[in-house]
Design a binder for this molecule. Structure first.
Ligand SMILES: Nc1nc2c(ncn2[C@@H]2O[C@H](COP(=O)(O)OP(=O)(O)OP(=O)(O)O)[C@@H](O)[C@H]2O)c(=O)[nH]1
Ligand SMILES: [Mg+2]
Length: 250
């Protein structure tokens, strides 16, 4: 069914999920009238929490647990997942659909996944517009998940504040991440999968590298989590809130 831009705008302002989905598709397809539509949005000061890090680090599981804590506090949450490799399945990524299963039908939680087929760089403007859209729709938090360790992820991370870098106790990816600059843009460093035996050693190592790299009094935080058992997740939310207070999205 076709809707007029005005209908979509009214629906978005009311936080209607159907119209939000339509608006996101509009932006995704860069449909006629998108620029006018975007210009008409009034974004609130809604924190955009970015989650990034290597594939399989547990970002989606962590987000699902975090959403649980937010919903407990009666907040409305939007989650936008950007995956450069996966194939879309009925408007959502199959893996995420499983991970976020408990939230797909929740009235306070809006979830949308975008498959980028390897062209994340070209999507930055659209992602920025989608975030603006979600900030105009009465949510308390917007969560942005990106997979990977490249320059494009750094650009996406810059849309968000705070940015959470999710790492796991496995060597290898940190080196790549340091090169890409993700290490510099992150505000909160999470060691997930802390149930693993090597977790403590990895966490200490990471804390040391962070201390070594500390520059310009930039505030950074460190949290250890086990996403699937929710351990450390409430602490993560409390840390995120500290950044929210100084939120200033330009
Ligand atoms: N042992 C353990 N497994 C976890 C933890 N967090 C997530 N996992 C598992 O790790 C796997 C990957 O989790 P996802 O949440 O899909 O990771 P992701 O970072 O979102 O993955 P991509 O989006 O594909 O990059 C799943 O099988 C999770 O159940 C954790 O804290 N401990
Ligand atoms: Mg994921």
């Amino acid at each position: 069914m076709l809707y007029a831009i005005q209908d979509i705008m009214d629906g978005v302002k009311k936080g209607d999920f159907l119209f939000l989905s339509k608006a996101i598709s509009h932006i995704e397809n860069n449909a006629a009238g998108t620029a006018i539509f975007i210009a008409g949005l009034t974004a609130g000061k809604v924190p955009v929490v970015g989650f990034t890090g290597p594939p399989g680090a547990g970002k989606s599981t962590l987000i699902a647990s975090l959403v649980g804590e937010m919903v407990k506090e009666e907040k409305r949450v939007a989650v936008l997942s950007v995956d450069p490799s996966s194939v879309i399945h009925e408007g959502a990524l199959l893996g995420d659909r499983i991970r976020m299963r408990e939230w797909y039908l929740h009235p306070a939680v809006f979830i949308r996944s975008l498959a980028t087929r390897g062209h994340l760089g070209g999507l930055i403007k659209s992602i920025d517009q989608m975030v603006l859209l979600l900030q105009s729709a009465g949510f308390d938090y917007v969560i942005l998940e990106t997979v990977g360790v490249g320059q494009s992820e750094v650009q996406v991370a810059k849309i968000a504040y705070p940015t959470v870098l999710v790492l796991v106790p496995e060597a290898g990816d940190e080196i790549q991440m340091m090169k890409s600059g993700l290490f510099e843009v992150a505000n909160i460093y999470v060691v997930n999968k802390s149930d693993r035996p090597e977790a403590e050693k990895f966490a200490n190592h990471l804390k040391q590298s962070l201390a070594d790299r500390a520059v310009d009094n930039k505030k950074t935080s460190f949290v250890q989590t086990t996403a699937n058992t929710k351990e450390g997740v409430l602490e993560l939310l409390n840390v995120i809130k500290q950044y929210g207070q100084s939120f200033n999205h330009g």
